[in-house]
Design a protein around this ligand. Sequence first.
Ligand code: KIV
Ligand code: ZN
Length: 515
Amino acid sequence: MSDKVIIFDTTLRDGEQSPGASMTKDEKVRIARQLERLKVDVIEAGFAASSEGDFQAISAVAAAIKDSIVCSLARANDKDITRAADALKQAKAKRIHAFLATSPLHMAVKLRMSPEEVLEQAKRSIRFARNLAEDIEFSAEDGYRSEMDFLCRVVEGVINEGATTINIPDTVGYATPELYGEFIKTLRTRVPNSDKAVWSVHCHNDLGMAVANSLAGVKIGGARQIECTINGLGERAGNTALEEIVMSLRTRKDYFNLVCDIDATQIVPASKLVSHITGFVVQPNKAVVGANAFAHASGIHQDGILKNRETYEIMRAEDVGWSANKIVLGKLSGRNAFKQRLHELGITVEAEADLNEAFASFKALADQKAEIFDEDIIAIMSSAGTAESNDYYHFVSLSQHSETGERPKSRVTFSMGDKEVSSESEGNGPVDASLNAIEAVAKSGAEQLLYSVNAITSGTQSQGEVTVRLTKGGRIVNGVGVDPDIIAASAKAYLAALNKLHDPSLVKMNAQMTP
Ligand code: KIV
Ligand code: ZN
């Protein structure tokens, strides 16, 4: 018999703490639905006390999700815990996740509390949380850098108060696999009531060891929950990549002898959706979900693969949801063929109006681009319904002129609130001219931190996916735009980023940066 590992996804909370990755309510719901299709056990939807916007987003996820437990993070105090419980009211199954730092450095510098005060507050908060939910997780923030005897007392105390999951984060990504595994094992051995809770690991990737540390936490330490994110999104160098954990447990079942309930064929669609929404492009050589993960460039490898794929392949591309880059639909395809393809891709569209909108986008794309690939359909569906009713800026049209030896000019028409404006400008290149034209009217004063273009499929016929990262007043936002014309995609991305700067619901406080 193999033990089950609980997969706790925190893309919508820890992942959202990546610079610029803040997500709107609708974006969180779309990702949460995909996480449910992926069959993750727990979806951490946000940090309810961080903002009104995040509270609303968690409530919407709680109402939409039926099969996974929905969780909210909370600092270990009554106010945050009450806020988390309120946000989760509509959840079919809910979890409150309270955290408090336990390392000497965090207690002294961040919390300015003595160890005894921290111990009492941790216990009191779990006692309080137990009145509001049955399923309570306690995280000892910076747990891995905590002093063992003290951490044992905290963990014993919170389990006595009713914590059902104990998470020991490597908050700063300092651990190494063997040491982290042994740390968890020692804790489980020394805490007298350790068998009354599920042990969980949560590792950051600062030294590139988050996945290895998490796997050691289950293999050596005996933890049975792994906290992770799609594409390893997360603070600084990121969190543990869900796709790497799941495929390691599966591919090396001979070694781990552990199972999880994930439907791996939903991994690539989840990766693409998260990348598209957040604007964090997946590096081509990223394990499992990178564009090259299953591409065999060298002649020797190709020859081997043709004779027997196991010569160089330990996983099959189709098992993680890669579909062959084939032309699936064209200009003459009807609504039924489109709906059927969505069904084959595992994409469900509930409202008829959403299907109509997506079909109209598909038709518009098919007019511009003869061949439509699965990736194009996924991009259409990732953007379907994204034009949120409270968006202030909307792209309308663009024309530009560039000629060798002349400064390019661009004219962009877009709406701001209920008025339509056209603006013209020059720039170093056509993209620069278009963004200058928008900025000349929008006058956001934001600074550009990043501009990147990614081709959704291969070849110059591909749609371009552009990410623009802006910063203003200490906030960082990403905007994403998709279009076969990369100048238009750039203008759309810039307007999307301006919409995020304009949206007060996206001003959130960072969980770990607050006492
Ligand atoms: O990294 C960390 O310590 C966290 C906790 C809040 C769980 O994200
Ligand atoms: Zn974290």
